[in-house]
Write a protein that binds this ligand. Structure first.
Ligand SMILES: Cc1cc2nc3c(=O)[nH]c(=O)nc-3n(C[C@H](O)[C@H](O)[C@H](O)COP(=O)(O)OP(=O)(O)OC[C@H]3O[C@@H](n4cnc5c(N)ncnc54)[C@H](O)[C@@H]3O)c2cc1C
Length: 386
């Protein structure tokens, strides 16, 4: 019998496991596919908030990431579709940088290096779950190869289509955006100056994130039909299209990695916990990528749950729902706020009405002039206000 089964070794599940390294808890980690560290540049890039860089530092991961593969974000320029502008800078916000840009596979591989050395953890990988049931004292998981695992608590860290969530009967309300997040990396003609750039366009939200040297990674959240069009373009056509959409802000672009696309969905999960179960990461929330908060929320879930488990008194049954509800209470507000804010922002910019277009752009420009509001927004966005 384990204390904890974590199903899913993505960034949320793996960081939770590593954060529990120095505890007496015995942990089983079940994962279908271990991460692969690509030698080239990974098109899957994340902006990591300073709060989560701190979390990754606290669990001994950040300092082992290769510094030459990480770019700081020192300024951020957001442009509306009718001339509205909002600029954030680290200096104005009173922090050394607004965030960091990192490749997903680099973080995942470093987390897994830690997992391999973790003495209180047993890895089941590659492995898939087949059946889950709950008794008064345990969560009982049967794997597809017939192995039976039991624990006082099972954590669903298995992404937005979470098998654990479904098997436990926890409700998830999914709303497709009918958009895809198109990602690709480019070399730029001009230096990016460690600035992240974002355009709210009538064909979606386009972000250019700085990578080390003269490279950027893009996330273009755009309707399904346009995403299909972008994916079908040859490399030069794609680079020209992306450069033009960003007003040639960095001169000509050259495609470094072919485009890939991820379907986007808002997923609201009313309950993150139940008897002997808790959800972390995308298993507990799906959010539009326009604010770059998805994995940042997942890391904070892992940090908060790990803290609860680490500080639980010895007599505490960690699978007891009343105990787990404190984790849910701690996370609910931030998740709800960010889901609602990003969803509203996206709707506002997708609305074709001319008066609305003027209003939303004026809102951007006005916010740009209101220093306290802007500083609050920037500090919230980078996790410094959390
Ligand atoms: C285009 C795009 C851009 C994004 N950009 C950003 C960004 O800049 N910043 C940011 O913070 N977030 C961003 N996100 C969101 C981010 O990708 C997710 O929030 C994050 O990957 C979720 O991590 P996770 O560990 O919760 O889930 P996942 O990454 O989905 O990991 C789940 C893990 O569980 C395993 N698993 C699943 N089912 C099973 C099973 N049945 N058996 C065994 N194992 C299983 C999977 O193999 C996987 O390893 C973006 C998302 C998209 C689509």
């Amino acid at each position: 019998m384990f204390d904890l089964i974590i199903l899913g070794g993505g960034l949320a599940g793996a960081s939770l496991a590593v954060a529990l390294r120095d505890t007496p808890l015995s942990i089983a980690l079940v994962e279908a596919v271990p991460p692969v560290c690509a030698s080239g540049w990974d098109p899957r890039i994340y902006t990591i908030s300073p709060a989560n860089a701190r979390f990754l530092g606290d669990i001994g991961v950040w300092e082992h990431l290769e510094a030459s593969r990480i770019a700081p974000i020192e300024t951020m320029e957001v442009a509306g579709d009718k001339g509205g502008r909002l600029c954030f800078s680290a200096a104005e916000t009173g922090v050394p940088e607004l965030g960091w840009v990192l490749e997903s596979s680099r973080i995942a591989c470093e987390l897994w290096e830690n997992l391999k050395r973790q003495r209180n953890l047993t890895r089941f990988c590659p492995a898939r779950p087949q059946h889950l049931d709950f008794s008064e004292a345990a969560a009982n998981l049967t794997l597809a190869d017939g192995q039976a695992l039991s624990a006082r608590l099972i954590v669903g860290a298995d992404g937005r289509d979470s098998w654990v969530r479904g098997a436990a009967g926890l409700e998830a309300l999914g709303t497709p955006y009918h958009e895809q997040g198109v990602v690709a990396n480019f070399a730029t003609e001009k230096p990016h100056g460690n600035s992240a750039r974002q355009w709210f366009r009538n064909d979606g939200v386009l972000a250019w994130l700085p990578l080390p040297d003269q490279r950027v990674s893009i996330v273009w959240a755009t309707p399904d039909a346009q995403a299909a069009e972008l994916l079908a373009l040859p490399e030069t056509g794609l680079a020209e299209r992306v450069a033009a959409a960003g007003g040639h802000a960095l001169g000509a672009l050259k495609t470094l990695t072919p485009a890939a696309a991820f379907p986007l969905r808002l997923i609201r999960v009313p309950r993150l916990v139940a008897h002997r179960i808790a959800l972390v990461g995308d298993a507990g929330h799906g959010i539009h990528p326009l604010s770059g908060h998805g994995v940042n929320l997942g890391f904070q879930d892992a940090r908060v749950l790990a803290e609860r488990l680490r500080t639980a008194p010895e007599w505490q049954d960690i699978g007891e729902e009343a105990f787990l509800r404190r984790y849910q209470r701690d996370r609910r507000e931030e998740i709800l706020f960010l889901q609602t804010a990003t969803d509203a922002l996206r709707r506002l910019f997708r609305a074709p009405s001319a008066p609305l277009a003027g209003l939303r752009n004026a809102g951007f420009s006005l916010t740009d002039k209101l220093t306290p509001l802007k500083t609050w927004l920037a500090r919230y966005a980078i996790g410094a206000a959390l």
